[in-house]
Design a protein around this ligand. Structure first.
Ligand code: SAH
Length: 404
């Protein structure tokens, strides 16, 4: 068994149960990519079993803090079973569910989303890569799903020194369709696991889409702007609420903006498949920042605006620039809202805390000379759990602001 010996005083985060070990904490030792290592304090006391990542700044990710635990097929099968079973507690109103959420489920660098009869996974660490076939077997056993697709083509994988890897891992007979449909709340939503972002869909916004539909109904929105709409989840939500409120079919319009033409095509099919007439929606292939500025010049106003941008701050180093970018779009959006209008605003940057995001939106309001009630704080859906020991899991945060 290979060993990693830590520098003096560097065992503190492991003792608190945090699963990452940085390069700077290691005095000596190493192993092959993904190999299980015994992590020891500077005094040689056992701290954890971890998977070694030679190319990454995060040199090892913990499998277990229990010295008697063997890191083998049974152990990993137990983790997969626990992750899958825990989703039953979360009461998810969808056939699209995140079954494994990396560190939060004890499987650092492993993401698994279920879309009905298909599992889509991302392998983002050397440890998971080494055990990939074992993990796939467990997933199939505990879910009964037979179609497994891999989408390990993210930047995180590059940082691990692993080449991209995408395609079918398992599929019965010749059935290889990658355009799938899930049911979320009462909607049908189309997605593409091969071409789409991440594993194909943003399951993490499920609960917030539901909330947006509730507001649309309660406040009877007529003019809605969905910025960074991707495949139009928030647009479907808005029109659903507007239909229930009786705004449709006489009035009601949702404008979805995204810079990806293929995402907008999918958004179009999502709106159509949920029974909405094309008179009630428009897709705009454009840059959100520029569009918001033009709307302001044109003195357009909206009853509700969604701002769900991509990650502006992938890491701590980008936080300042990201803060300026968030502030800018939030300032513009607040100015474009009618009094009484509702802003759903999000950040999915791990480097931007909920507190900082609140400050950014507050200072956007100050610059816009607009005040608002903070009606709610939002976070990722329950199947993307945060845990006490892993604060980095708190990546998605949102605010609902009602303009005064
Ligand atoms: N709200 C969506 C997810 C948004 S993901 C949902 O619920 O599914 C962020 C989206 O922003 C992506 O679709 C990406 O194509 C788009 N995007 C990124 N930069 C953009 C820009 N400058 N202008 C418009 N869209 C942009």
């Amino acid at each position: 068994m290979k060993t990693l010996r830590l520098r003096e005083g560097k065992e503190r985060s492991l003792l608190r149960g945090h699963p990452w070990l940085f390069d700077s904490a290691i005095a000596k030792g190493g192993a092959d990519a993904g190999e299980t290592v015994r992590v020891e304090s500077s005094q040689g006391a056992f701290l954890a079993w971890a998977a070694f990542s030679p190319a990454s700044k995060i040199k090892a990710r913990v499998w277990s803090f229990d010295e008697s635990q063997r890191i083998d097929e049974d152990f990993l099968d137990g983790l997969v079973q626990k992750a899958v079973q825990s989703r039953l507690l979360f009461q998810i109103e969808s056939s699209g569910v995140r079954l494994v959420h990396g560190e939060s489920d004890g499987l650092p660098g492993f993401i698994v989303d279920q879309y009905g009869d298909t599992l889509v996974l991302q392998v983002l660490s050397c440890g998971v890569e080494r055990f990939k076939s074992v993990l796939v077997k467990s997933l199939m056993k505990h879910t009964g799903v037979e179609r497994v697709f891999e989408r390990s083509d993210t930047q995180a994988r590059t940082l691990e020194g692993l080449p991209p890897s995408t395609g079918w891992l398992e599929h019965p007979n010749a059935e290889k369709k990658t355009r799938l449909q899930i049911s979320e709340h009462q909607w049908v939503l189309n997605l593409d696991i091969e071409q789409g972002h991440k594993t194909g869909f943003y399951l993490d916004q499920r609960a917030s889409r539901r909330r947006f539909a509730d507001y649309a109904q309660r406040m009877a929105f007529e003019e809605v702007l969905n910025c960074f709409s991707y495949t139009g989840g928030f647009s479907v939500a808005a029109l659903t609420g507007m239909r229930s409120a009786g705004v449709l079919p006489k009035a009601g319009h949702v404008l979805s903006i995204d810079s990806s033409a293929s995402a907008l095509e999918m958004a179009q099919s999502n709106l159509r498949d949920n029974g909405f007439d094309a008179a009630h929606y428009t897709m705009m292939d454009a840059d959100v920042n520029q569009s918001l500025r033009s709307f302001l010049q044109e003195q357009r106003q909206f009853d509700a605006i969604v701002l769900d941008p991509p990650k502006f701050a992938p890491s701590q180093a980008h936080v300042e620039r990201a803060a300026r970018a968030y502030k800018d779009i939030n300032r513009l959006a607040l100015q474009l809202l009618r009094p009484g209008g509702v802003l759903f605003t999000f950040s999915c940057s791990g480097g931007v805390s909920a507190e900082l995001f609140h400050k950014i939106v507050a200072s956007a309001g100050a610059d816009a000379h607009v005040d608002g009630f903070i009606a709610e704080r939002l976070q990722g859906a329950m199947d993307h759990p945060m845990t006490l020991n892993f604060p980095e899991g708190d990546y998605l945060k949102g605010l609902v602001v009602i303009r005064k």
